[in-house]
Design a protein around this ligand. Structure first.
Ligand code: FES
Ligand SMILES: [Fe+2]
Length: 406
């Protein structure tokens, strides 16, 4: 791997040319990766999973991110809890299995045991003078929104209130809380996490890289050519019970302290009711929908968790950093909770589009990283269709600048 000297961040920031891609150091430097982890991954709300993964008391799963591991569980009152998976004795991981059901979490080292609410249940031979209430598992901020479980590892998590206010009415018709995970896949990508986010945020590459996607989705076309499709969509959406709306609170438009929020329902091309290979339905209609509007909702709850909601399934993306040169692209497919595989949906058909698209993305993103590693790399200009990738870069740089000054 290409090695570079530790960059001087104020100089890098001052040198950035507006409207151009980022310099090599942003993708190759260990020091910048460490800042990304602190400034972004330890601050932002991130999707950990879905409530259908923990339907019963004592059900749990782990949300692992870099050095951190968080236990997500349903406690005896039915609430979803999140706790750091770090023993309050001498720090061992407490929960080892990635998912399961338990009455208590017992540390594998010296068997301290914790209740589902994180409180210490038992610690053999612990001096009775020591206050056990101070030795609970550390709580982690958690929010459940339309069945989606988000966690924030920040000391002072950003408010989630605006996400709820803006998106609650728009997501309602899709009944995401009454869905289940039909499939989940993780695609390792040999590239810095920012290249995954940049790639997701522009469809300039869609015509050349994604012929399968470009057949049914209009997002790769310039705005004027897309407009007639979307005008026709509005009345179809209303008839199906979906509110047409456009919200853009991302990057510099994002209100102070709130995660990036976006919502846009756009039309698929003729003869496509959903994101399928043949245009035909893939699964039972979600939530309260009565018919297909042949649209898809582009939704952002934070820049790290974009999702696409069709009438009969939803696709959620997670961008997960492994180290500065490696990332995971995780995808979660949701279908209605009572849909039965083999009868109501076929897993291969359901996952076809985003599986083939993500394989193609993995390929182009890895080639992008390889070029950036070269001594000949020089940041080039964004075009109009890359406006959202540019906004990500701008917002990333402004966060970095703010943190550097703090
Ligand atoms: S480290 Fe967990 S019981 Fe000792
Ligand atoms: Fe792509």
């Amino acid at each position: 791997m290409t090695k570079i000297a530790t960059p001087h961040i104020p100089e890098l920031l001052a040198r950035h040319r507006d409207g151009y891609a980022l310099e090599q150091a942003f993708y190759l430097s260990d020091a910048i990766f460490a800042k990304d982890v602190e400034n972004i991954f330890m601050q932002e709300w991130q999707l950990a999973g879905h409530i259908s993964e923990v339907p019963e008391t004592g059900d749990y799963f782990l949300f692992d991110l870099l050095n951190e591991s968080i236990i997500i569980t349903r406690d005896t009152t039915g609430d979803i809890r999140a706790h750091a998976n770090v023993c309050r004795h001498r720090g061992s991981r407490v929960c080892i299995n990635p998912r399961g059901n338990t009455k208590r979490f017992t540390c594998p080292y010296h068997a301290w045991a914790y209740n589902l609410d994180g409180s210490l249940f038992n610690a053999r031979q612990l001096d009775p003078a020591i206050d056990r209430s101070q030795l609970a598992l550390k709580p982690v901020a958690v929010q459940v929104f339309h069945g989606l479980i988000f966690v924030s590892l920040a000391d002072r998590p950003h408010s989630f209130a605006r996400v709820k206010a803006e998106l609650d009415p728009l997501l309602k018709p899709f009944g995401l809380a009454r869905t289940k995970i039909a499939h989940r896949a993780s695609y390792p990508v040999r590239a810095n996490w920012k290249l995954l986010v940049e790639n997701y945020n522009e469809c300039y590459h869609c015509t050349s890289a994604h012929p399968e996607f470009a057949r049914s989705h209009a997002t790769h076309m310039v705005a004027e050519r897309v407009a007639p499709f979307n005008q026709a969509l509005a009345s179809r959406s209303q008839a199906a019970g979906i509110t047409p709306a456009y919200i853009d609170l991302i990057g510099s438009a994002r209100p102070d302290g709130a995660p990036d929020i976006a919502y846009n329902r756009y039309s698929l091309f003729e003869n496509y009711v959903t994101g399928s290979e043949d245009g035909k339905p893939l699964a039972p209609l979600l939530g309260n929908l009565t018919t297909y509007d042949s649209g898809a909702s582009d939704v952002y709850i934070g820049i790290l968790n974009p999702m696409l909601i069709y009438c009969d399934h939803a696709v959620i993306y997670r961008f997960i950093p492994v180290d500065k040169d490696h990332s995971l692209q995780e995808i979660i497919w949701l279908v209605k909770e009572d849909a039965v595989e083999g009868r109501d949906y076929d897993r291969a058909r359901l996952t076809w589009l985003w599986d083939v698209t993500t394989h193609a993305d993995k390929h182009i993103i890895e080639k992008n990283q390889q070029g950036i590693n070269s001594r000949y790399y020089q940041p080039g200009p964004f075009v109009e269709m890359e406006a959202y990738a540019k906004r990500f870069v701008d917002s990333y740089l402004s966060t970095l600048e703010t943190k550097e000054k703090a």
